[in-house]
Design a protein around this ligand. Structure first.
Ligand SMILES: [Zn+2]
Length: 273
């Protein structure tokens, strides 16, 4: 198209990136695996006069669980805590809302990060206060990925708001977490993430653009013809490549302007009709 050879398909007016609800149960069994019953250790403690620490060391069961059992709270207390925490989709075959995860992955890769709390990891995503619908989308996607468990908090900042949620399992869902800035290290998707992103590439694009992108209206032919154009800017060349691959998967024309420096080079995409 004469307008822009690098973005040659006109966008339709409808929202190009929907966020359908589709929860699947993970079949992943690697890692820690589902908890197994290794026998009630209270008889061991009573018979040998061992304290909870020693029983824990010998059986591999947490002191907290042994304490529950010894006080007659098992297995209800352990189940209650596990239910409140939510099962990990990766380690404990918990459910995973894949469209919501794909969107949240886009937010995380774009401008999110994990911080370490004393008892859990905290997922932190900053959104502009001018876009309350994007703030609500971030909250909703976290709740759906957490299968309704836990709480999502917001902390106002100057001109923006931080959406955050604590969970021990965030590193399992975002294995890209590591020391240092994302653009200082290699970022790649694992096979299971590739599969989800391959199924829901529009949700990933939506998350990426909602965190590190923008949308403009391009007007040509004296304003008689207009179409939206999305820009995505990220300092990580690996994340830019993930953006491009998602554009390719959805047949969205995209281009990379050459006027920027290597680190600040944005990619832009326009939706196919
Ligand atoms: Zn896990």
């Amino acid at each position: 198209m004469a307008i822009d050879q690098r973005a040659s398909v006109r966008a339709a007016p409808s929202d190009p990136l929907s966020l359908p609800r589709h929860t699947v149960a993970s079949t992943h069994t690697e890692g820690m695996g589902a908890p197994t019953i290794r026998g009630r250790p209270s008889s061991l403690a009573r018979g040998e006069g061992l304290n909870d620490c020693e029983v824990s060391r010998r059986t591999g069961i947490s002191r907290r669980t042994i304490l529950d059992w010894r006080h007659g709270r098992a297995p209800h207390a352990s189940r209650t805590r596990a239910a409140a925490r939510g099962l990990c989709p990766r380690c404990e075959s918990g459910p995973l809302d894949e469209p919501a995860y794909s969107y949240l992955l886009g937010l995380y890769l774009g401008d999110g990060w994990l911080s370490r709390d004393p008892r859990a990891y905290r997922l932190r995503i900053v959104q502009d206060l001018r876009y309350p619908n994007l703030i609500e989308l971030a909250i909703t996607s976290i709740k759906r990925v957490r299968d309704g468990k836990g709480t999502v908090n917001t902390s106002p900042r100057v001109g923006c708001i931080e959406v955050c949620a604590s969970w021990q399992r965030w590193p399992c869902l975002f294995p890209q977490h590591g020391p240092g800035r994302k653009h200082h290290r290699s970022i790649g998707l694992e096979d299971w993430q590739d599969r989800i992103v391959g199924s829901y590439p529009r949700q990933l694009l939506r998350g990426l653009i909602h965190s590190d992108g923008c949308r403009t209206i391009n007007r040509v032919r004296d304003g008689r013809y207009a179409y939206p154009r999305y820009f995505f800017t990220n300092r990580s060349t690996d994340i830019l490549e993930i953006f491009r691959q998602a554009c390719n998967a959805t047949q969205i024309a995209h281009s990379t302007p050459k006027l920027d420096t290597d680190l600040d080079r944005p990619a832009r995409g326009r939706r196919s009709a």
